[in-house]
Design a protein around this ligand. Structure first.
Ligand code: SF4
Length: 465
């Protein structure tokens, strides 16, 4: 997924980007980077959490009133290359993105034919080179910037939200034509002057004092020049397909995405589940913390059962290593969960998780609860069954890894070791969000071409090794 932020017009650019990145830390924890621009680019990038990467760095060394920042969630091509990236042709461009390019291999070959070579397998470097290549064919103007993005849209299959500094020209932000990844912009006046900021979630803008204007539309670009004039254009758009997983799992509960409160949607997901669970016999409802807490509270209310915390998440167990593989991430999750015996022993629990992906974490949690004395564990997922891979930035590129593919509820229940397994219905999820969304991982209907999905998955599997 990743978190991105871009700021122009602030006297505290590096400080604001740093705090914005901290607010977006939940979107990616294995690397962080920032580039600002004054008379030259100033960069700081590294592996680790934001406060680890910038611990030694004086933010005042990152000079300028314009810059971009990135927190990384590892999917395809991450490696040791940390965003933002810089291109020196045809202008200095520093860029960060959130998303994945499905047809990476094909586009990389096309670039080679034009004598442009990548130094990494990172999708961002590809997008940056495609954009630079397009822009190099024009005399600089805002129209040239928009036309160059059009050129990127015409070539790239995938999901991507992008922020970029163009040296001595301005700050650019754009969203792919389906608007799969979130990107929001805001404004604030400081000493009578307007500054602009773009971020993956509005919570990052709010915390920095920017008034949130709106989400970028699918296929929209906004270019803010150095005189702080903002130029807008919807370059190419298709039916909006924002990722449903943002509301289910990824975004912070305080955020609003496309005008829909994440917190409200999670409450609705709890109501949707309650309709399916009416009449179930249990002693309590407990979340697997943290994402499913909101849905669990409403589910407990609707069922007339106590809401309790059978598991507590230790917030102070740090990230132990770069979590590049699902196994490592799952183990890290498990290490942080500690049982509350009095809420478990001899009890029938309804245990709410945000989703069941591979089933391995669920199996271990259910076993832990039963080992600690739970009589029954009814596992409930606020997300419908994930049956198809995601090629857009959530890390499940292989269908064979998904427990819900080609298995019925009873088989899943047996494999997880729960007493029952209940999933949200797709219709309830749609009702809960109230917008048209990408649900390709539920239905197999992808909003973009995916002819190159096989090579995409192979690249990711290679990265994990
Ligand atoms: S396939 Fe699923 S996880 Fe991926 S973008 Fe679409 S809704 Fe989100």
């Amino acid at each position: 997924m990743c978190g991105i932020i871009g700021i122009i017009g602030s006297q505290d650019t590096s400080d604001e980007i740093y705090w914005g990145m901290k607010t977006l830390q939940h979107r990616g924890q294995d690397a962080a980077g920032m580039i600002t621009y004054s008379d030259k680019f100033h960069a700081k990038r590294g592996l680790g959490l934001v406060e680890e990467v910038f611990k030694e760095e004086k933010l005042s060394n990152l000079k300028g009133t314009i810059g971009v920042g990135h927190t990384r969630y590892p999917t395809v091509g991450a490696g040791t290359f940390v965003q933002p990236f810089i291109s020196t042709y045809p202008y200095g461009i520093a860029m960060a993105h959130n998303g994945n390019v499905v047809n990476f291999d094909q586009l990389q070959s096309n670039l080679k034919e034009r004598m442009r070579y990548l130094t990494s397998d990172c999708d961002l470097e590809l997008i940056l080179n495609l954009f630079s290549d397009e822009l190099g064919g024009h005399r600089f103007s805002k129209e040239a910037v928009f036309d160059s993005i059009q050129g990127v849209f015409e070539q790239v299959d995938g999901a991507y939200s992008v922020v970029a500094v163009i040296a001595d020209k301005g700050l650019l932000a754009f969203k792919d034509p389906r608007g799969i990844k979130p990107l929001i912009f805001g404004e604030k006046y400081v000493n009578g002057k307007k500054g602009f900021a773009f971020a993956s979630e509005d919570i990052a803008l709010n915390s920095l004092g920017y008034g949130v204007s709106r989400d970028l539309k699918p296929g929209e670009a906004i270019f803010v020049d150095t005189e702080l004039n903002a130029h807008f254009r919807v370059i190419q758009s298709h039916a909006p397909a924002p990722c449903m997983f943002e509301w289910v799992y990824f975004a912070r509960a305080e955020s609003r995405i496309n005008g829909r409160s994440v917190y409200d949607v999670r409450q609705n997901l709890g109501r949707g589940l309650a309709k399916k669970l009416k009449g179930i016999r249990a002693d309590l409802v407990s979340p697997v913390p943290d994402t499913s807490i909101t849905a669990s509270i409403i589910l407990a209310e609707e069922l007339g059962l106590p809401y309790r915390e059978a598991l507590i998440k230790d917030r102070y167990v740090g990230r132990s290593f770069i979590m590049g593989s699902p196994e490592k991430r799952e183990n890290a999750v498990l290490r942080k969960l500690n049982p509350i015996y009095s809420e478990i022993r001899g009890k029938d629990l309804i245990l709410v998780d945000d989703s069941i992906v591979r089933g391995t974490t669920s199996r271990k949690i259910v076993k832990m609860l039963k080992d600690k004395g739970a009589r029954k564990v009814h596992l409930v997922s606020t997300c419908p069954p994930l049956k198809y891979p995601c090629y857009y930035g959530i890390d499940f590129p292989l269908q064979s890894e998904l427990i819900s593919t080609n298995r019925g509820n009873e088989q899943i229940r047996q494999e997880i070791g729960a007493d029952s397994v209940t999933y949200q219905d797709i219709s309830s999820l749609e009702e809960a969000i109230g917008l048209g969304v990408c649900k390709a991982c539920l239905t197999g209907e992808y909003p973009t071409p995916i002819q190159e999905s096989k090579t995409f998955a192979e690249r990711r599997i290679k990265d994990r090794k």
